[in-house]
Ligand binder design. Structure first.
Ligand SMILES: *[C@@H]1O[C@H](CO)[C@@H](O)[C@H](O)[C@H]1NC(C)=O
Ligand SMILES: *[C@@H]1O[C@H](CO)[C@@H](O)[C@H](O)[C@H]1NC(C)=O
Length: 332
């Protein structure tokens, strides 16, 4: 009996305090892969000295966004049907919408809030028969003052409101010469070695220009695409139903430093400190090794994570991923 008490105390202490490591260190990666028991793999996406840069790419203040959505966006009433499938991948349902398979790159700018929204808006226009255009992240990031602070963060919910009230022009990725306002910040390697140049220091928010690129055959006003609704969705099954019926939604969640080096599998928090909030596009869902997940597109280019995508645990509000779901319908 004498020995049991200290052992019990030690176990309790370990359970209450997660093991911590230097963020992004080899030790942290080893812990995630070999000791944590999690069903996901980590690898080198970022080095420890890149932590601050990675942090800036997470441009969502979770508490402020909760407040914003509560104030401005109604919760959509969704009837969950019995035929809701166990897995869903929109890339196999709406095969004539290539944007569903695209991964964008926000560059060295905290514009994830703009990307997470315009990517889903883009997909839904195509899904509803409006053709495959690309909605411009640049337009929203630089010009939407009510959306937040450009490269220093903003509100995905406000992007949907802007879409419904004023509309947003088109614009593809950097260098694409596609649409009215393509993204002006270059693709860059957010991590070790890939096919792009290394990301440079923090990009300032580009100046807002209420005009299309030269050579584009429509005016800025003519090019705007408008939405017909902006709403929140609450509850796992309702999110699933909206994905199946209407296409991708925008989400935001809490990023801990273990997430930054995600490579594959179903992410759930293992170790590390909170780094910020991050907006993304949820496109589908499924089950892997008995774990339910959301299938998510990130905007850190296709060299990050699982070819630009990640899976995250579904149904338990992992890192708040089910708390800030917003979406909207196109007006065609
Ligand atoms: C740790 O996990 C990685 C990734 O799954 C694996 O490649 C490696 O062999 C493991 N190392 C040890 C010592 O178990
Ligand atoms: C404008 O350009 C697009 C594609 O570049 C083309 O499909 C369209 O017909 C053009 N419109 C006019 C009015 O020239």
């Amino acid at each position: 009996m004498k020995f049991l008490a200290p052992i019990f105390a030690l176990v309790a202490l370990t359970a209450a305090n997660t093991v911590q490591f230097e963020p992004l260190s080899d030790e942290q990666i080893f812990y995630i892969n070999n000791l944590s028991g999690a069903n996901w793999k980590a690898g080198r996406n970022f080095y420890p000295h890149e932590l601050e840069r990675a942090k800036r790419m997470c441009g969502v203040n979770i508490a402020e966004n909760m407040e914003y959505n509560k104030k401005h966006l109604g919760i959509k009433d969704i009837q969950v049907r019995e035929d809701l499938p166990d897995t869903f991948d929109p890339r196999t349902k709406w095969t004539s919408c290539p944007s569903l398979s695209e991964i964008r790159d926000q560059s060295n700018c905290g514009s994830c809030w703009a990307f997470g929204a315009v990517e889903a808006i883009t997909d839904r226009i195509c899904i509803k028969g409006g053709g495959q255009v690309h909605i411009s992240a640049e337009d929203v990031n630089d010009c939407c003052k009510s959306c937040g602070d450009g490269c220093d963060g903003g509100y995905p919910g406000a992007v949907y409101q802007l879409y419904a009230s004023d509309g947003i022009v088109t614009g593809g990725q950097f260098g694409s010469e596609e649409g009215c306002k393509p993204y002006s910040l270059p693709h860059c390697d957010h991590h070790t070695t890939g096919k792009y140049p290394k990301c440079k220091g923090d990009a300032p928010t580009p100046a807002c220009q209420l005009a299309c690129r030269s050579g584009y055959n429509k005016t800025y006003t003519e090019d705007k695409r408008k939405g017909s609704s902006a709403y929140q969705i609450s509850g796992e099954q309702k999110i699933m139903q909206d994905l199946v019926d209407n296409g991708p939604v925008t989400a935001a969640f809490q990023v801990y430093d273990d997430f930054l080096n995600y490579k594959s599998g179903v992410y759930k928090y293992t170790t590390g400190q909170l780094k910020g909030g991050h907006a993304v596009k949820i496109l589908g869902y499924g089950v892997e090794n008995g774990e339910k997940y959301w299938l998510v597109a990130n905007s850190w280019n296709e060299d990050w994570g699982d070819k630009g995508y990640f899976k995250i645990l579904r149904g338990t509000d992992e890192c708040g991923i089910e708390d800030l779901i917003v979406a909207g319908e196109p007006k065609l």
